[in-house]
Design a protein around this ligand. Structure first.
Ligand code: SF4
Ligand code: SF4
Length: 433
């Protein structure tokens, strides 16, 4: 009971910190199209529709995801047994207990098998997307810790059931008879010659290992990329619903442009304040809360980077790294805020993490947002950081500067006035009927 309370308390504290960090971003109202959003969440987050685009990893991931949820339903009985000192409290449901136990075992094995394959893909086959530059030692270790923990937890469940099954028929100690479940019974020959005391020790050890392991894992998750198991759902719910390529204009600038084109036009002043639409993004506080939630939801799977044309052609840009940088910086700013209460400035900005070379390498093709299994919008972050460079720093690349000057002077991106656009046709003989 004490362990349960401590686990929930520390988990709550850690989640509160992350929620606080997400709220370092500026406000953004998203409450439109609720029905569409629920459907999207059901399809993409629960149904994992984007995962199966790559069938091997997609199907394995679904097995691990569903399996981990189902196996942890068994935790309910383990928790109640722990609190009241009972053993297999729900055994009284008879054959249904056997059926449920068998299903749990099937999924425990699926999780174990899936995690083994993932470990092999990461560490032996060394898939390129798990070994690129931003996957430094911590992200790689984090992924391995998650996979190894899940393997150990599932092994504990199967070993517990195997020894329990033998103890049920020895009658030297009282173990409720529920039968031997199909997968753990395969392991029983390993334990059959052990003394009853040793079997009881192994069974109890696995029981404690499982419950303490789950509590410890629960409290590890907020420090890990694995936090996506919680954030994937709200993150997909609050996805951008407009077409991917539609770029968000600043209302105040749009108004200026409309008035430049037609000085007599009646264009009402926008209701949005400068805080809602700053001139681009320099630091965490200029991002929206959704941008920061994107960063905390990133699973570091690398699907975005592996489909990014800029990255594939050897440019410095990796969309995954942009998200990882934002999360790292949000952590530091969040800690800073907790210490100093008021100040959000740790002396660094996002430009200390993300270089202009990376930002200008983006073609805005949206392959990254299309591939991302949790609907992260990398492009809006990249474009808003570029917007800051252009509008606040006048630091756009030379090619863009001449385009901007031409638009300002000629109303077109070329060096010629739009009035001269048809000069090329002056000496041509036109035969228009
Ligand atoms: S939009 Fe930019 S970051 Fe995303 S895949 Fe295309 S080039 Fe890469
Ligand atoms: S941004 Fe999306 S696709 Fe890219 S690594 Fe993170 S979760 Fe994977």
């Amino acid at each position: 009971m004490l362990l349960l309370i401590a686990a929930i308390y520390f988990f709550y504290i850690n989640v509160k910190k992350i929620v606080g960090n997400i709220h370092l971003g500026r406000d953004l109202k998203i409450n439109d199209n609720r029905r569409k959003r629920w459907w999207l969440m059901f399809r993409v987050a629960i149904g994992q529709s984007k995962m199966t685009v790559r069938p091997v990893s997609g199907i394995m991931h679904i097995l691990v995801y569903v399996g981990f949820i189902i196996v942890n339903i068994e935790m309910l009985e383990i928790l109640i047994d722990g609190i009241f000192g009972t053993h297999r409290l729900f055994a009284f449901i008879g054959k249904y207990y056997y059926v449920l136990g068998s299903i749990f075992e099937f999924f425990a094995f699926a999780v174990l098998f899936g995690c083994l394959i993932f470990l092999i893909r990461r560490n032996i086959l060394r898939l390129k997307r798990f070994w690129s530059k931003e996957m430094t030692s911590w992200p790689r270790t984090d992924a391995n810790i998650i996979l190894i923990t899940e393997i150990l937890l599932m092994s504990a469940v199967l070993t517990m059931n195997a020894t329990d099954g033998i103890l049920q028929i020895r009658h030297e100690v009282h173990y409720a008879f529920v039968g031997s479940f199909p997968i753990s019974s395969i392991l029983q020959p390993l334990f059959i010659n052990f003394s009853t005391n040793t079997l009881v020790f192994i069974e109890r050890f696995c029981w404690w290992f499982h419950i303490v392991g789950v509590f410890a894992f629960l409290n590890y998750i907020p420090y890990s990329k694995h936090f996506h198991v919680f954030l994937a759902f709200p993150n997909v719910y609050y996805s951008k619903l407009r077409p991917k390529g539609e770029i968000e204009n600043m209302p105040s600038i749009t108004r200026e442009v409309k008035l430049m084109i037609d000085p007599n036009a009646i264009v009402p002043a926008p209701e949005e304040t400068a805080e809602q639409f700053p001139f681009g993004v320099k630091d965490i506080k200029d991002l929206t809360w959704k941008n920061i939630m994107d960063a905390y939801t990133c699973t570091e799977c690398g699907r975005c980077t592996s489909s990014c044309p800029a990255n594939i052609t050897g440019k410095k840009l990796s969309p995954r790294k942009i998200l990882m940088d934002i999360r790292d910086h949000a952590e530091i700013v969040g800690k800073d805020k907790a210490k100093k209460k008021e100040k959000l400035d740790d002396g660094k900005s996002l430009f200390d993490y993300i270089t202009t070379e990376e930002l200008w390498a983006c073609t805005t093709c949206n392959a990254c947002t299309q591939e991302c299994p949790v609907n992260i919008d990398h492009v809006s972050i990249i474009l808003n950081m570029r917007r800051y460079l252009v509008m606040e720093q006048a630091a756009s690349p030379g090619e863009l500067n001449s385009i901007f000057t031409n638009i300002e002077n000629n109303g077109a991106p070329w060096q010629f006035s739009h009035e001269d656009r048809l000069l090329w046709a002056n000496n041509l003989e036109m035969n228009i009927k």
